[in-house]
Ligand binder design. Sequence first.
Ligand SMILES: Cc1cc2nc3c(=O)[nH]c(=O)nc-3n(C[C@H](O)[C@H](O)[C@H](O)COP(=O)(O)OP(=O)(O)OC[C@H]3O[C@@H](n4cnc5c(N)ncnc54)[C@H](O)[C@@H]3O)c2cc1C
Ligand SMILES: Cc1cc2nc3c(=O)[nH]c(=O)nc-3n(C[C@H](O)[C@H](O)[C@H](O)COP(=O)(O)O)c2cc1C
Ligand code: SF4
Length: 687
Amino acid sequence: MDVNPRFKKLFEPGRIGQMALKNRIVMAATGTSLEREDGFVDDRIKDYYEERAKGGVGLIVMGIGAIDHPRGRVLPGQLGLSDDKFIPGLTEMAEAIHRHGAKVAIQLQRGGKLSTEDMAAGVQPLGPSVGSVPMSEVMQDMATTEIPRLMVRFAKMPAKMETIALTVEQIQEIVEKFAEAAERVKKAGIDGVEIHAGHGYLLSEFLSRSCNKRQDEYGGDLKGRARIVLEIIKAVREKVGMEYPVWCRIDGREFEIEDGITIEDGKELARLLEEAGVDAINVTGYAGPVGGFYDAPLVYPPGNLVSLAEGIKKVVKIPVIAVGRISAELGEEVLRQGKADLIAMARALVADPEFPNKIASGKMEDIRPCIYCYNCVAQAFWGEPVYCSVNAAAGKEAEFRIEPVERAKKVMVVGGGPAGMEAARVATLRGHEVMLYEKGRRLGGSLVFAAIVQSDNEGFLNYLITQMRKLPIKVKLGEEVTPALIEDIKPDVVILALGGNLVTPQIPGADRHNVISGKDLRQMMSDRLKRFLKPASVRRLTKYWMPLGKRVTIVGGDIVGCELAEFLTERGRKVTILESETDMNTEMSIPRRWNVMRWLRQNGVTMLKGVNYEEITSKGVIITNSDGEKQTIEADTVVLAGSVEPNVALSQAIEGKVPQICLVGDCTELRLINGAVEDGARIALTI
Ligand SMILES: Cc1cc2nc3c(=O)[nH]c(=O)nc-3n(C[C@H](O)[C@H](O)[C@H](O)COP(=O)(O)OP(=O)(O)OC[C@H]3O[C@@H](n4cnc5c(N)ncnc54)[C@H](O)[C@@H]3O)c2cc1C
Ligand SMILES: Cc1cc2nc3c(=O)[nH]c(=O)nc-3n(C[C@H](O)[C@H](O)[C@H](O)COP(=O)(O)O)c2cc1C
Ligand code: SF4
């Protein structure tokens, strides 16, 4: 296959030590909780990785292999590396990945203060020094609605728990365990090991002054703090030899951590690791478990960790791997500019395993893009399996495999939002004859508005619309489906993807001229968009436009209210959010919610929870606040963000008149993008 010349560098062969790679795209480690709790490989985790190997990636690094399984786990499910009994499963995994020409490695990892599985079992975690465990901090920081779920997982954890400082003998045992794990990995036919010395796990705690307070030879200056890692490399080399690929993942810098690792530490460490005989350095970053995710490691600003890789590349001769929201275009540029030798990606490949093949063949518009919702990684907080909002098959590859149907059916999809479009896409790929009806003038449904207020959603909107255009789907825009039309068309299956009914809070004065309902706001945005043809430009078009007053009060603090607040604040409005419940924005993934709430606070948005709405006047909203006091929140414009409720009138009207009726997405309950996509795909696979 001729490679798209735009990405020539990405598809040049790569190398780590003796390991030749077919290209320079690496799947960065993803600990998924798809792994079994007993540490053995099974079909589910094998399918997850094999799917990504099939998609054309050069190297897959499997996440957090537990060198001391079951101790030191940070997720319930981690692949075990602590016993020979795990070798046959790892061999099967290697064979599955090798079938597609990719190479495979696994991270050697042990948790310290983040060993949540130890804590959940009431076992005190280990660390370089006595120190606090951040889990209690995380629990305090969680919104109240999340605590019950956390409490289930950490029921046995005492309210206050500290790490125990490792003795030198215990350190030696851990060094040996790393080495034995590497030997098993090699025996299993896996191509290399990545020693995980970042992300707040045990080795990075030794490296970071913030955790390592030791006075002995394992503490002090960087050489002392790095001693355990250097000893591990030596012990690993003794077991696997000099030819076997061994490298390290390190934090080029710790963000938001007092006394954390600096880039100068990162550089010095890289030099020590090179001297000790590693074949490459994978440069990531860390920012603590509470709220820091957006800085590192799951960086939000595109390419924001590249400068760390670039800095380290200047001081070593071995290959350097860069990571952190790197797009194909940026990856190509980073390689061309010599800032790194290999480009690692995680979320792009969770969202679309075929990403490498699609960029190689120039099918950029077919890439299903990550929307940076952080739902995949939020699952780790509950120890539950990863899923992806835009890719229902992620982690459920077998369940969501698209197989051709024996008998094609006439399928009528009603509603052109994400649920309807995903159902239409999957049903068509299976061979059904699909018609998609949308009463509006454009496809997208509520996703259009979601893309306006949160630009990361826009790529997914465009992807779905493109698929509707490319696939043999009869799309009818501007046609509201009625029971009569359905009887007329006589489909075998009707998939109702109508979206929810918008509910507007009933507040005296809600009909005043200074009040805009969710429906009005959508109408205003739609009217504005009508003038423009390309959906790709929705956000740009609304950049300067917004016919709202200077002071805006949003009634309703769910995901929509909070995103709208962010959007309006960015456009110069002074925003207040009012919420009658005791918590806000509970639909968002934890890391994203932390970040959004922090941003709102830092940018002067007032957020009042647990309020009673009394009346809307020309001056604003009169409320009774959570202390029982009456208060007027002054506003030029009041937006009623409201919520959605099930929309079942059409399904009731056609009951018994069509062989099969299915409901998907928000018309059943608020399902958000992830639920809409999952429902759409699932139903299309069952008809
Ligand atoms: C401002 C805003 C921000 C949001 N932000 C996010 C976010 O960041 N993350 C997230 O996960 N979710 C977000 N959401 C929610 C998300 O957009 C919805 O949950 C999702 O779009 C639901 O998809 P759906 O296909 O079920 O319904 P919808 O997207 O509502 O689509 C339903 C479609 O059906 C059409 N329709 C209805 N009746 C008929 C009929 N009789 N005939 C023909 N067509 C019909 C409608 O016109 C509509 O286009 C946001 C929503 C809004 C409004
Ligand atoms: C679901 C998920 C699980 C992850 N698990 C690991 C892990 O086990 N080990 C690790 O070093 N990094 C892990 N990461 C971080 C990624 O390896 C990567 O550094 C990060 O996601 C930034 O890259 P991206 O922007 O391409 O996603 C994980 C990321 C995600 C999204
Ligand atoms: S769950 Fe969200 S952040 Fe994670 S890969 Fe999917 S779209 Fe991206």
